[in-house]
Design a protein around this ligand. Structure first.
Ligand code: URA
Ligand code: SF4
Length: 217
């Protein structure tokens, strides 16, 4: 094998070659089950694809599935998802009207005894997986994309986006607007959880206000 071929062989192809050219969200979801666009599929249980109405005006993007999501095959069903559900309700948003997905669709973790500890996805995995999110957004055509945490904001908005400085601000992108807030698991880990939760709900209220503004006649 030449050095170039060896380099090619070790380089993950990215998700693009697994994304079907035609079809709806359910075709995408099915195809994503066989994705080998990076190494994360090797140790995770299954691909966790986005879920929600195909015509959702608002798409929420998280980081990657967690332990529960990996086992159940659905986004935001673990502790962070439960906190998110409560915060959405407190902000007056109905989860059933939103499409929820993740920047990276396989769970990345390290094993500590019997526990699987979340490991933040790297740039390679975020870039490799981005073709799935692009395909989801191209089909759904949302008005607003809500980035939950830094990884989502970097994947959707810009690599240098700082959630701590720019949270709650609406950013105009070519195909939709975007707004970033913290990740719900950051609220769970915050030293002052009540304060972090209230700030999270405030950001989600911005999402609601933004949607109202756009749909008001
Ligand atoms: N955290 C995420 O970012 N996404 C999930 O689906 C669950 C937890
Ligand atoms: Fe494919 Fe994304 Fe899973 Fe990597 S994380 S194998 S790119 S679906």
């Amino acid at each position: 094998m030449t050095a170039l071929a060896a380099a090619g062989a070790s380089k993950a192809p990215g998700a693009a070659e697994f994304v079907p050219d035609t079809g709806d969200l359910s075709a995408l979801r099915t195809a994503s089950g066989d994705c080998r666009g990076c190494d994360l599929y090797r140790h995770a249980t299954q691909t966790v694809f986005g879920e929600g109405p195909a015509d959702a005006a608002v798409v929420l993007v998280g980081e990657q599935p967690g332990d529960q999501e990996d086992q159940q095959g659905h986004p935001f069903v673990g502790p962070a998802g439960q906190l998110l559900d409560r915060a959405l309700a407190d902000a007056g948003l109905d989860r059933d009207t939103l499409y929820l997905t993740n920047a990276v669709k396989h769970f990345k973790f390290v094993e500590r005894g019997k526990r699987r500890i979340h490991k933040t996805p790297g740039r390679t995995e975020i870039v490799a997986c981005s073709a799935w999110m692009s395909a989801e957004l191209a089909l759904i055509k949302p008005k607003l994309v809500v980035c939950l945490g830094a990884i989502a904001a970097q994947a959707v908005i810009d690599r240098s986006f700082k959630v701590s400085e720019q949270r709650g601000q609406v950013v105009s992108l070519p195909d939709y607007r975007a707004i970033a807030t913290v990740h719900p698991s950051a609220v769970l880990r915050a030293p002052d959880r009540a304060e972090a939760y209230a700030a999270f709900v405030e950001d989600l209220k911005q999402v609601r206000a933004e949607m109202r503004k756009r749909t008001a006649r």
